[in-house]
Design a protein around this ligand. Structure first.
Ligand code: SF4
Length: 340
């Protein structure tokens, strides 16, 4: 069996707002990504998906962020133990890149996209702060032709001309294509995509997802795809980890999760999907708990119809209910058999 490219182990992260107010954003979260795999990290807004991604990149502001415990193993190295300089020179924007959701805020309005993309390429592979003086015309020409090739791959028409344009001159879908090109231009091993298609209409969304899937498959890049949309997960991801209120609830290959959802929260999420055959839309009763003094034990117990005293006191261990399919719920015994 191949070892994972990325393994997040028991990651606990808090935000200390003042001496007595602590937001317990992540509570002993575990997930992994194999080489070349697309993992969907799914859950409602505020469940900790983006915080987990930011922790991987080492960009959680501290203070107020406090990494309480856990490991983030990337290619066998613990990113938590790396210095900011090490992260900058080898990981951030190089081995791990990110496609953000907000395309406008992610591009500098004062520079052409060509200038911004070239900056990223010359930064890649640079180990010392004196790299500006070493950017020769030959290298710049090389990078420019690589960029034009990259823009063709993300289906931006007449790429030579587009490099001279400013971000506001592109549509939302085109800006997202530019950001995909930027993220892949440094040949990363892992790409983190944070709800990259949420702001786009459905036809553009489908095109972007198809494009992203084709490019990462061709290049063998692993992806952590953050989304709240299970439809997107079904189309794109190899495996899924479902999160709720800062805890991971269930992890499974996509087909297994959809055919045999085992955690009550996952079951409710799937029941909440729009169904043209039903007149009323199902929802999950109750609200997501505050992460300031969150519920003890299983954090879903305030909304779960099966909750008992054990659920209210003890966090469930992960048990295997099918091959590569784990669930954290007291409904299952250590062998993965449902008790009640
Ligand atoms: Fe419900 Fe208990 Fe399972 Fe949590 S551990 S999902 S409260 S049955």
């Amino acid at each position: 069996m191949t070892s994972p490219l990325l393994e997040v182990k028991d990651l606990t992260l808090h935000f200390r707002l003042d001496r007595h107010v602590v937001v317990e954003a992540l509570d002993r979260v575990n997930f992994f990504i194999n080489p070349g795999e697309i993992l969907g990290l799914v859950g409602e807004s505020g469940c900790g998906k983006t915080t987990a991604a930011r922790a991987i990149l080492g960009v959680v502001p501290s203070p107020p962020g406090e990494l309480v415990s856990g490991q983030i193993l990337f290619q066998g190295q613990d990113l938590v133990q790396m210095s900011p300089r090490q992260l900058n020179t080898t990981i951030r924007g190089k081995a791990i890149t990110m496609i953000p959701q907000d395309t406008i805020a992610s591009l500098n309005p004062l520079f052409t996209v060509g200038t911004q993309m070239l900056d990223i390429m010359r930064w890649k592979g640079t180990q010392t702060p004196t790299f500006w003086s070493r950017y020769s015309w030959k290298r710049k020409r090389q990078h420019r032709s690589q960029l034009i090739d990259m823009l063709r791959q993300v289906q931006i028409p007449t790429p030579e001309r587009q490099l001279r344009k400013f971000p506001h001159e592109f549509s939302g879908g085109q800006r997202q294509r530019l950001l995909i090109a930027m993220a892949l231009s440094t040949h990363p091993d892992l790409l983190i995509a944070d709800e990259p298609t949420t702001a786009l209409d459905v036809t553009i969304q489908a095109q972007i997802l198809q494009l992203l899937k084709r490019l990462v498959r061709n290049r063998g890049v692993s992806v952590l795809f953050i989304t709240h949309d299970l439809g997107v997960v079904a189309r794109l991801c190899d495996r899924v980890t479902v999160m709720y209120a800062g805890q991971e609830m269930e992890s499974a290959p996509t087909a297994s999760l959809f055919s045999q959802p085992s955690h009550p929260y996952t079951q409710k999420l799937l029941e909440s999907l729009p169904d043209p055959g039903k007149e009323e839309m199902a929802g999950i009763p109750g609200v997501v708990p505050s992460l300031i003094n969150p519920p003890q034990g299983c954090r879903f117990h305030t909304r779960c119809e099966f909750a008992d005293d054990t659920c209210r006191q003890e966090r469930p261990p992960a048990v295997c209910v099918a091959p590569q399919h784990t669930v954290r719920c007291h409904l299952y015994d250590a062998q993965g058999k449902r008790r009640r």
